[in-house]
Structure formats: C-alpha cells, structure tokens
Design a protein around this ligand. Structure first.
Ligand SMILES: [Mg+2]
Ligand SMILES: [Zn+2]
Length: 226
C-alpha cells in the first residue's frame, strides 16, 4: 500500500529561475523569436498594460525553431542542485510536492527528463508544435485572476477540507498570486522584493540548497513564519 501523504505540509515550487538557473522561457523567446514583437509585448506586460497570458501567447506565437535547435538549446540549461535535496526532504517526509510553472510542457519536459525528475508532478501552460512554429494554450488560466497566465493558486485554493500548510518556493511575478495564498513562502529576487515592500513575512533564500536546509529545520522544529 502506498504510504499516506504527510498531513501537515504540501509543497509547491516554481521552475524558471527557481529550479532552473536563469529564466528558461525568457531564453527560449529571446533566442528563437522572429522580429521585435516579443519585446513590445514584454514591455506592455512589465508596465501592466497586458496580462501574462496575452504576453506569453504573442511571444510563443512569434518563435520559430526546429526540434533539433530547440532540443540543443534546452540541453544547455542547468538546474540548481539543491532541487534534488528538496526532493529528498519531501520524499523522506512524504510531503506531496509539485512544480507549478508559467513555462510550457514542451519546454519543461525534456529538461526534467534529462535530470531524472519526470516523476515529479508538474503543472504548466501547454505548447504544441506545428512545423517550426508553436501554438500555446493556457489550461490553468483563471478568469477571476486575469493577471496570471497559469494561475498557480488554483491548484490549492479553495482549500476545502485540506488542512495541510502550503509551502511555496518562488522568485518572480507569477509567484505573487500563489504566495499570497500560501502559509510558508520561500522568496528571492522580485518575489522577495514584493513581500518586503508589502510588509509580509517570508523566508528569504539565495539557492535551493539553503531552502532544503531551512525546510528540514522547519519540519523538525515545526517553526512557521506565521
Ligand atoms: Mg520563476
Ligand atoms: Zn492568479
């Protein structure tokens, strides 16, 4: 019989610039986008004129790449070695764990496979290839939260009968919505800046090795930031 999940915690982690070193989606768009539409969209998103879905939809429709070219680019991506340590901790304690990403399955799957993480649940936007072009879609878009492309909180809100504490690990703008709905937040970069500016509590980190260590303490000492 499979062991029951830990009844105290549930862990979600972002992918780009959290698990991966640097932002993989940005690197794909910058490398393969044709023309300058992607930059116009990026600026409109950054200034709040358009939401993330409109931005990503236009950017992904503007890229062109052969399977070989994309695969070779994805082969150059490296990930934070601390991710394996986090998985070791969550595995030891049977903490249900999933990746929540604003990236796309077609881009994430080869990377997760190469590092041996295909068995980890991963929810993302969806991308299909059509020749050398791509068709994005957004299965987790939430009409009540139009700023998100993949509204990550929909995987754990509403909580219903689930009383487990949600641990969230992230770095950027798409992590704000789920973080505001989590119990324990590990934050770096712009997510940390947002939490600091808003006077909200979170656990700052630099890399995932640090998160794995703090996570171990948190589980053993049952320390929370709330
Ligand atoms: Mg990120
Ligand atoms: Zn949202």
């Amino acid at each position: 019989m499979p062991k029951a999940f830990n009844t105290e915690y549930l862990l979600y982690i972002d992918f780009d610039n959290t698990i991966s070193r640097g932002d993989v989606l940005d690197s794909v768009v910058e490398k393969f986008a044709e023309g300058t539409v992607w930059q116009v969209l990026e600026n409109e998103w950054a200034s709040g004129k358009i939401g993330a879905r409109a931005c990503l939809d236009g950017q992904l429709r503007s890229i062109k790449a052969t399977s070989e070219a994309l695969a070779s680019h994805l082969d150059s991506i490296i990930i934070d070695p601390g991710f394996a340590q986090i998985l070791k901790v969550t595995h030891e304690h049977n903490i249900e764990t999933a990746i929540l990403s604003d990236n796309f399955d077609l881009i994430l799957n080869p990377i997760l496979k190469r590092f041996g993480f295909s068995h980890i649940a991963c929810y993302s936007n969806h991308l299909e290839r059509s020749g050398e072009t791509f068709i994005p879609s957004f299965p987790y878009w939430n009409k009540d939260c139009p700023g998100c492309a993949h509204c990550k909180k929909t995987h754990f809100i509403p909580r219903g009968e689930d009383v487990r504490k949600v641990i969230y690990i992230g770095d950027g703008r798409s992590d704000i919505c789920p973080s505001l709905n989590s119990d324990i937040v590990f934050a770096k970069d712009s997510l940390l800046a947002y939490f600091t500016k808003s006077g909200l509590s979170c656990i700052p980190y630099n890399d995932l090795t640090e998160v794995a260590e703090k996570l171990t303490h948190l589980i053993y000492d049952n320390i929370t930031t709330h």
